[in-house]
Design a protein around this ligand. Structure first.
Ligand code: AMP
Ligand code: MG
Length: 418
């Protein structure tokens, strides 16, 4: 149990222990970013009628087939059709209709010529006036056909698809007002450490503010979960047992930080082992080797290290995929971009190192990554000022400035698939 496993092993073990939560029905306004648990179909053709894509003149293309600059064809504007109304009459030879964007195209007509392409003959182009056409119309020009985007009964979203904000509009057009999606996991966030005080207090006498709980609650929130920050737990086996047990009884996931190493006052490993199954104790990454994971009463418990950057990396790399799987997502990798190192990077520690870094484009448009000078695992501010984690792979091979290195983008959706 004490041997360090790779990040991939840790992640696949964790993913093998969690499954999608039960489905709930959510109203359309609340589905953005969530996964549809069901295939969806439209109740009507989208759009349900052919209509003008531009403001212009609706006509039969044959009426102006011979039109040219030298000998324009002149048509009379019989009537006007605005969006939301239908023209019920019929056209005779030599006539056209003034039509607005979105207005239904009468079935007998097959082209819309935009205002800008015609000349008004002594009028404004309104009903009763005459208009000169100086070129033939292309077939179905400026027309959106019925059912162009979807046919009634056609599948428009697959089960497992993530609904984007534009997708919310698409569902509205298809008459879908609510949909089944996987429940968001409720996540207990527990900070462990007798040194911790509330952020509202001013630290003295060896105390520090409990910043992890806030970062982790924010991480849970951006992973789609519903975080609850529970009271700080002192470094005591009994106190931690009681807190973890209670949390697992009321939440879908428990995330703790602190007390995950092998110090005299580090109790999360023995607590998980005593209450349930301890499955991971050490992962071969830096920061944050002391990543702990287990199940208590079947509930996943992530025992993240106490150092802020180590807790953050552990959450991002190991806990976040689990939260996502519980919500039905199928992508677990943040987008990754290769960039040139801005400076030499020595490597003495054989673990995989996540360097808090800034990715930018140089004057040639090429990606460059600048690792932050201070890579201490105790710092949140460095991550605040970074936009990626550059990865130094396992081993002790140093990298020269200019060499290519993988960079995981922070706060960018896994759905991008880059
Ligand atoms: P630990 O993993 O408990 O040995 O803690 C490692 C370092 O992280 C120590 O300097 C702790 O004071 C610090 N730390 C632990 N928990 C928190 C927390 N909730 N917020 C900020 N720092 C913490
Ligand atoms: Mg501690």
């Amino acid at each position: 149990m004490s041997e360090a496993i790779s990040l991939e092993e840790a992640r696949s073990l964790v993913l093998s222990k969690v499954k999608a939560l039960p489905v709930e029905t959510v109203s359309l306004l609340d589905v953005v970013g969530r996964v549809s648990a069901q295939p969806l179909t439209s109740d009507v053709d989208i759009c349900s009628f052919a209509h003008a894509a531009m403001d212009g003149f609706a006509l039969s293309g044959s009426a102006i087939a011979q039109a040219s600059e030298a000998s324009p064809v002149i048509l009379e504007v019989l009537a006007e059709i605005a969006a939301g109304t239908c023209f019920e009459g019929s056209l005779e030879a030599g006539q056209c209709l003034r039509i607005m964007t979105g207005a239904p195209l009468p079935a007998a007509l097959d082209a819309v010529v935009k205002y800008e392409s015609v000349d008004y003959l002594g009028g404004t182009g309104r009903a009763g006036s005459k208009v000169a056409f100086k070129a033939p119309a292309k077939p179905r020009e400026n027309i959106r056909d019925a059912g162009e985007e979807a046919k009634a009964g056609e599948r428009i979203v697959e089960a497992g698809e993530v609904i984007s904000s534009a997708g919310v509009g698409f569902l509205a057009a298809c008459g879908i007002l609510a949909l089944d999606t996987y429940r968001r996991p409720s996540v207990a966030v527990i900070s462990i450490g007798s040194e911790l005080i509330e952020p509202s207090e001013v630290p003295s006498g060896g105390k520090i503010r409990n910043s992890n709980a806030y970062a982790l609650a924010a991480c849970v929130h951006s992973a789609g979960g519903l975080p609850t920050i529970l009271p700080v737990v002192e470094d005591s086996f009994e106190a931690l047992c009681a807190a973890v047990l209670e949390a697992t009884q009321a939440h879908d996931i428990v995330v703790t930080s602190g007390g995950a190493s092998n110090g005299d006052y580090d109790f999360i490993k023995p607590v998980i082992a005593a209450l349930g199954e301890l499955l991971i104790t050490t992962v071969n990454i830096r920061p944050g080797k002391a990543q702990t994971f287990g199940l208590v009463g079947g509930v996943p418990v992530f025992g993240l290290p106490g150092n802020p950057a180590a807790a953050y990396v552990g959450f991002e790399m190991i806990a976040r995929p689990a939260l996502r799987k519980m919500q039905g997502y199928s992508h677990f990798e943040r987008p990754c971009i290769r960039a040139r190192l801005s400076r030499d990077m020595m490597k003495k520690d054989p673990r995989r190192i996540f360097l808090r870094s800034t990715l930018y484009k140089d004057e040639n448009g090429e990606y460059v990554v600048a690792p932050a000078k201070n890579q201490s695992s105790g710092l949140f501010g460095v991550i605040q000022r970074s936009n990626c984690m550059a990865i130094m792979p396992e081993g002790t091979e140093s990298r020269d400035a200019g060499s290519l290195i993988d960079c995981i983008l922070l706060d960018v959706s896994e759905e991008m698939g880059l």
